[in-house]
Design a protein around this ligand. Structure first.
Ligand SMILES: Cc1ncc(COP(=O)(O)O)c(C=O)c1O
Length: 400
């Protein structure tokens, strides 16, 4: 039975103090919408958007000068700031448009024989699942998924599932750093160690990690690490990166091959055909915007809010959290199992999400999961606790 308010006795967390810098009028977002889905495409502070427009104006005024003659210096300078933010040496990574392009670059570049296997988990992002299936099948290989059911009890759930699923045909393990459907933070280090022990390459899909978790890519020991700056660093959409361990670097090329392919890893990534490079050039502006508030403060605020949201919604709907109750396996998002009546009454997930937006002015992702639908709210400094109460009330209203 749903309750009209969280029973205080079962709640152990409190929301953080709001940060003044999070005021919604500092963001490009429509303030009339309760926006609880930062995780899908990020959102831009007005200051970052203005910085991007300056780059655009500069390039549109002198396209040849900017794109042909000084592009290498511009991109190299942006890489210094981007690399410092995630601890990646500029010679080991290239910008890409998005995490999807980074995954494509790795899977298309690596050798694969008929019968080889690409392994991921059931928490994989749906678009990455499709990429793995398609590119494995093109070369006579197969894509497999290690089943990691919810709720996750701890890192061993991942280790055991992946260890059991690796075979002598496994060419690559792809894991999420923070899973899209379930918001769970994977035990990356332990899985990297496992892959080393089993002699398998590992690609970490860190689409959500920069700006959500402190990051040290050079130290993970992964073979490949893909990431986005347009989600939690709040850079313009179209700013991703692919890091490659030095001994594999020269075998990897971007998904789009162009003029400087023969010149090596860095030039090949720096020019992927004519495109808008302003999202990459704005990454340092976005990093500086967050630094002016304090990335630690932002990450801590968002995490504390997510832990409270998980606690509040689980208590309210009397459901088990999908990972540790203390929030130690989530970052700035949480996934919560919806009351079963929601799926029973509305069996089209996308239509239900659109209805919550249309009828209640709330943008929150509803996720299809084998055991039942989840809601996966994000927490960013422009969000306030009462917005999640409004989400709970809206969902309860749809099944009243
Ligand atoms: C874990 C994960 N991987 C990959 C992606 C794809 O990101 P993009 O659309 O920027 O390529 C997403 C998007 O939400 C994601 O959550």
């Amino acid at each position: 039975m749903l309750q009209s308010a969280p029973p205080p006795s079962t709640m152990t967390h409190t929301p953080p103090q709001p940060l003044d810098e999070g005021a919604i009028d500092r963001w490009m977002l429509d303030p009339a919408v309760t926006f609880l889905n930062h995780g899908s495409y990020g959102a831009r502070p007005k200051a970052v958007h203005a910085a991007r427009l300056k780059w655009l104006q500069r390039i549109e005024a002198e396209p040849l000068l900017e794109l042909d003659r000084i592009r290498p210096q511009l991109v190299a300078a942006a890489k210094v700031a981007a690399g410092a933010c995630v601890n990646a040496r500029p010679e080991n990574f290239g910008f890409v448009t998005n995490a999807s392009a980074g995954v494509c670059a790795v899977l298309r570049s690596m050798p694969m024989e008929p019968g080889d296997e690409l392994l991921t988990t059931t928490h994989v992002y749906p678009g990455v699942r499709e990429t793995m299936k398609y590119l494995a099948a093109q070369r006579g290989g197969v894509m497999k998924e290690a089943h990691v059911p919810l709720p996750v009890h701890g890192p061993d759930d991942f280790i055991a599932a992946i260890d059991n699923a690796i075979t002598d045909r496994t060419r690559l393990v792809l894991i999420d750093h923070i899973a899209s459907p379930t918001a769970i933070v994977f035990p990356v280090q332990a899985i990297v160690d496992l892959c080393h022990r089993r002699g398998v390459e590992i690609l970490v899909d860190g689409a959500h990690s920069p700006g959500m978790l402190p990051l040290d890519i050079e130290s993970t020991g992964a073979t490949y690490y893909v990431s986005n700056f347009h989600k939690w660093i709040c850079a313009p959409m179209g700013a991703g990166m692919l890091w490659v361990t030095p001994d594999k670097r020269e075998s990897i090329r971007p998904a789009v091959i162009s003029n400087f392919n023969a010149d090596g890893f860095v030039p090949a990534f720096e020019w992927q055909g004519t495109r808008d490079i302003t999202p990459w050039l704005t990454v340092p502006d976005a990093i500086a915007w967050g630094a002016s508030i304090g990335w630690d403060r932002i990450m801590q605020h968002n995490h504390e809010l997510a832990v409270w949201v998980q606690d509040m919604l689980c208590s309210r709907w009397d459901v088990e959290p999908n990972s540790a109750r203390d929030g130690s396996m989530i970052g700035s998002m949480a996934s919560i199992t919806l009351p079963a009546e929601v799926q029973q009454r509305y069996n089209d997930r996308q239509a239900y999400q659109a209805m919550i937006h249309r009828e209640y002015n709330i943008e929150a992702p509803i996720v299809d999961w084998p055991q039942g639908w989840l809601v996966r709210p994000s927490c960013q400094i422009y969000n306030r606790p009462e917005q999640y109460i409004a989400l709970a009330e809206a969902i309860e209203d749809t099944i009243a």
